[in-house]
Design a protein around this ligand. Structure first.
Ligand SMILES: [Zn+2]
Length: 319
């Protein structure tokens, strides 16, 4: 069985991965050399190096949890994701040094705690908190499981497929391309800056968390990454929720295809294993050929776990 619309497997796939890795690194070097010098001397109480400007007022904040994106313009202050309460406080202090505005919007890429646990901090003075329509329910369900209902702050504005609005001199477009990492992942495009926050739809050259319980769907995940590749351009800079130490959390649209190819290989390997009568454990033991960029830190465990998860996904959908 072939799952991949390009029908690429084995050697052809490996050659494409190598080419993509090369292109990605070249493109990133060119981009990084054009980035402004990181802001310095922003005062006490936070770590200025955690703030990295990217382009036209859009940047990232890194601490604990999924990457926070921000937009700071004379008439706009927008934050994407909120990590945890402690790091959200530090992020808010840093943003206050950059802007006297209260937040126009806090946007959640999806419901996971490492992206929403800081909502009560960063969302406290936000005009609105935005997320896909499925996010509040998924967030509440997870909070019930974790006994953290009292700590939640939920989106008050949600959308089904597209939400778009101008803030100051920036235009922000949120899109939902169907289930991927969960059933509520938004793609956030700062259109003037041409910077996109992908949330956890990309664990950059790393082992994605496939959250089946929250509606993850690896087949559609591949399709939506390919759709995003076409929708954006080589000039678009992407922010990813997580990434490996070598590739980091910024990238190009080639990284979207590297992630799509990873899922294609997982699905192909599981499909071949089932055809050959193997168990989930036997398939997991075999691992994946290639994908060396995903194996920094010697992580074979991530691949084995994801093979088991895809096995569960594929077999539970068979009638
Ligand atoms: Zn996540």
């Amino acid at each position: 069985m072939r799952f991949h619309p390009r029908g690429i497997v084995s050697l052809t796939l490996d050659m494409n991965i190598s080419r993509r890795s090369f292109l990605t690194k070249s493109a990133m070097l060119a981009m990084i050399s054009s980035l402004p010098t990181p802001l310095r001397g922003l005062g006490a109480g936070f770590q200025p190096n955690n703030f990295t400007p990217i382009r036209r007022g859009v940047g990232i904040y890194e601490s604990r949890g999924g990457t926070i994106g921000w937009l700071v313009r004379p008439e706009a202050l927008v934050v994407v994701d909120s990590q945890y309460p402690e790091s959200a406080i530090t992020c808010r202090e840093g943003l206050r040094e950059k802007s006297g505005r209260s937040l126009d919007f806090l946007i959640n890429t999806h419901h996971h705690g490492d992206h929403t646990a800081g909502n009560a901090v960063l969302g406290a003075d936000a005009t609105h908190i935005l997320a896909h329509a499925n996010v509040p329910t998924l967030q509440k369900r997870a909070a019930e499981r974790n006994n953290t209902l009292d700590a939640q702050k939920y989106a008050d504005v949600t959308f089904e497929e597209v939400w778009e609005e101008s803030v100051g001199d920036e235009n922000i477009r949120l899109s939902y391309f169907g289930p991927g990492h969960t059933s509520g992942d938004s793609i956030i495009h700062f259109q003037e800056a041409d910077v996109v926050h992908m949330g956890d739809l990309v664990f950059n050259h790393s082992h994605a968390f496939i959250d089946l319980a929250s509606g993850a769907d690896t087949r559609n995940w591949i399709a939506l990454l390919e759709r995003a590749y076409k929708e954006f351009s080589d000039d678009t800079i992407f922010i990813f929720g997580h990434g490996n130490p070598t590739y980091g959390i910024l990238g190009t649209r080639e990284d979207l295809l590297a992630t799509a190819d990873y899922f294609t290989a997982l699905r192909q390997t599981v499909s071949d294993g089932i055809r050959d009568g193997k168990t989930s454990d036997e398939i997991a033991e075999g691992g994946l050929d290639g994908f060396d960029s995903f194996k920094v830190n010697g992580s074979g465990t991530g691949i084995a776990n994801n093979l088991k998860t895809v096995y569960e996904e594929v077999t539970r959908t068979v009638e």
